[in-house]
Design a protein around this ligand. Structure first.
Ligand SMILES: [Zn+2]
Length: 377
């Protein structure tokens, strides 16, 4: 199994880049992968496309992972020096109170703040039992007047990211074989923010790199897109797909790890550490069934751990990729991640390595004839 660049994941996880403000993070990825790309294309939303030319120019395979993370924007400065905010992407109110954030000013300074609300001590009894909603929250940056907040360089529209620091956790995995014998392994988990979906963007880049460094022969052209503004409506993937006009699409996303107390497996069947998930349905796309089965068969033949999953309550970049021009058979491959859309997610690096292995093999096996067969009637 090829090595995975944990340092790049750490750097990109910690980096600033809410939807619409991804360029610093994009620059890091570009610097990492440009030496391995045959050509780098970009659209005008900020999506970057790293290409790998094979022995033929078709089929065009588009692989996409989105660089944007969910965040906020300053919507008002109060006279007491607090900030009101609106969300970029979907935040659940209950994950927000007492969390640290960083506001980026137009000069590029990162100002720390804390999301807060009225303390419980001053609430009426009926208020105390209710969930505090985002519109009642504010960000405390330690100022006491609007003039002080402005003096720090903050103004309406400034983007805000969650503040969380990347960590690696080594954890034991104890499993029982059929013989009742226990085996013990150690797994490496990544913990931090923005795995949704920098992990997808990084996997995309790693695939482009691996094709070059391992001199992998393939009969097509690969377009590895690090897309933008997915969390606010799949916007960068739409423009990138219009540029590429792909024949086949693979979106890389985090999947919801259902191995969390209280989750019914019919809602989120994927488990962290059990392999990349192959989505059979999401809120924005029903995958082409022949392409989906081709992916499953490839994983089975190679013995790559994988799991079938579905995300009825969410969309992915494949939602717009599969509707390019006359249509483009597409699938979504997920990295099961605990606690997405919050300050700290957890994923297993083995799932990431297996996703890379699976997709590289798909690239080797896909050709014009197979891609055409996916849509034959
Ligand atoms: Zn995502």
């Amino acid at each position: 199994m090829s090595d995975f660049n944990v340092k790049l994941l750490e750097k990109l996880s910690n980096e600033f880049g809410p939807s619409g403000f991804e360029w610093e993070a994009q620059k890091i990825l570009k610097e990492y992968v440009e030496a391995f790309s045959d050509e780098i294309l970009k659209d005008r939303t900020g999506t970057l496309i790293f290409t790998s030319k094979g022995t033929s120019d078709s089929p065009k395979i588009m692989i996409a992972g989105h660089m944007d993370e969910i965040g906020f924007q300053v919507s008002a400065l109060t006279k007491e020096g607090y900030l009101k905010f609106h969300q970029l992407g979907g935040w659940w109110d209950q994950t927000l109170l007492s969390q640290r954030v960083k506001i980026r000013t137009v000069e590029g300074k990162l100002i720390p703040g804390i999301i807060a609300a009225k303390p419980p001590h001053v609430l009426d009894p009926e208020e105390r039992d209710k969930v505090v909603i985002k519109s009642k929250m504010f960000i405390d940056i330690g100022c006491t007047s609007k003039a002080e907040a402005k003096d720090l360089g903050i103004r309406i529209g400034d983007p805000i990211m969650p503040d969380a620091t990347f960590e690696i956790w080594e954890r034991p995995r104890i499993s029982k074989e059929d013989t009742d014998e226990e085996t013990k392994d150690t797994v490496t988990l990544a913990v931090g923010k923005a795995f949704d979906d920098r992990i997808g963007a990084i996997i995309t880049a790693e695939i482009i790199k691996q094709i070059k460094t391992e001199n992998i022969q393939h009969p097509n052209t690969v377009y590895g897109a690090s897309t933008v503004q997915e969390e606010v409506g799949l916007r960068g993937a739409r423009t990138a797909a219009q540029m590429i006009k792909p024949d086949i699409g693979i979106a890389l996303e985090v999947d919801i790890a259902g191995d969390v107390p209280g989750i019914d497996e019919t809602k989120a069947p994927a488990r962290m550490g059990k392999g990349p998930s192959i989505l059979t349905y999401d809120g924005s796309m029903i995958p082409n069934p022949r392409f989906r089965d081709f992916v499953i068969t490839t994983a089975e033949e190679l013995g790559i751990p994988h799991q079938l999953s579905l995300v009825p309550g969410g969309g992915t970049d494949a939602g717009v990729i599969h509707l390019t021009e006359m249509g483009c058979p597409s699938i979504v491959i997920g990295i099961p991640t605990r606690h997405i859309h919050a300050h700290n997610g957890i994923l297993d690096l083995n799932d990431v390595k297996n996703a890379i292995k699976l997709i590289v093999e798909l690239i080797k096996r896909l050709d014009r004839e197979k891609v055409e067969a996916f849509t034959k009637i």
